[in-house]
Write a protein that binds this ligand. Structure first.
Ligand code: AMP
Length: 231
């Protein structure tokens, strides 16, 4: 059984930051295709090198590469059956392939949260974003600064500015989102699983709203309420 919750939203909408909190709170298995690709690139695998050219330009990596990564990850989940997807799917083809992959594992796409924020908020967040090289934690030079500049509060790792968080690449990534990913909104709305959340506010409120919606859905289905799993 694989039950999938998806965070959908433009680059800079806050999917990564919300995911960090949600997985701690819910104990879900986090699947972030962007992180997986950056990891493959760091390790210098053939897949990472293939993906690099697309990532540098802010374009999408081909669907067949991504779905293979995702299928492997679904099978590596071990006993975990709840997955939180962040940055996947990003095209209708990926959504259809995901549907087949979860059905094959007797699961379903449970809820899709659309993190919505105006374009100027997205750009401000992306240009100031800093990420920990060791643990992947997200910071922002003004909105969420680390205690010591350039150093991760959680693990002491070095913070870096993603090479695709430059103004030209950001503009391209936002255009790619509009043309290729936005059609997923009506796709999931049609399936009755889309929940819109305002992600221009502080992450605490955003996370509380998402957890509340997950709990209400669980209650409707007769499941135990979710709680802090201590991770
Ligand atoms: P992210 O960290 O989610 O912003 O992703 C960074 C980059 O990785 C994107 O701009 C794409 O080049 C690539 N990428 C991540 N996820 C996907 C996906 N689901 N489909 C295609 N390309 C992806």
């Amino acid at each position: 059984m694989a039950e999938v919750t998806i965070l959908l939203g433009a680059p800079g909408a806050g999917k990564g930051t919300a995911s960090e909190r949600l997985i701690k709170r819910l104990g879900y298995e986090h699947v972030a295709t962007g992180d997986m690709l950056r990891e493959a690139l760091k390790e210098g695998t053939a897949l990472g090198l293939k993906a690099e050219q697309y990532m540098k330009r802010g374009e999408l990596v081909p669907d067949e590469v991504i779905i293979q990564l995702v299928e492997e990850r679904l099978d590596k989940g071990g006993r975990r059956t709840q997955f939180l997807f962040d940055g996947f799917p990003r095209t209708l083809a990926q959504a259809e392939l995901l549907q087949k992959a979860v059905e094959k594992r007797r699961g379903k796409v449970a809820q899709v949260f659309l993190l919505d924020a105006p374009r100027e908020v997205l750009i401000q967040r992306l240009t100031g974003r800093r990420i920990c090289r060791s643990c992947g934690a997200n910071f922002h030079v003004t909105n969420m600064p680390p205690k010591k500049p350039g150093i991760c509060d959680s693990c002491g790792g070095e913070l870096y500015h993603r090479p695709d968080d430059t103004e030209t690449t950001i503009a391209n990534r936002l255009d790619v989102y509009t043309t290729q990913t936005q059609p997923l909104i009506s796709h999931y709305e049609g399936q009755g699983v889309l929940v819109r959340v305002d992600s221009s506010r502080q992450v605490d409120g955003l996370v509380a709203e998402i957890v509340g919606a997950i709990e209400r859905r669980g209650a409707r289905q007769g499941a135990k309420p979710v709680g802090d799993c201590g991770r």
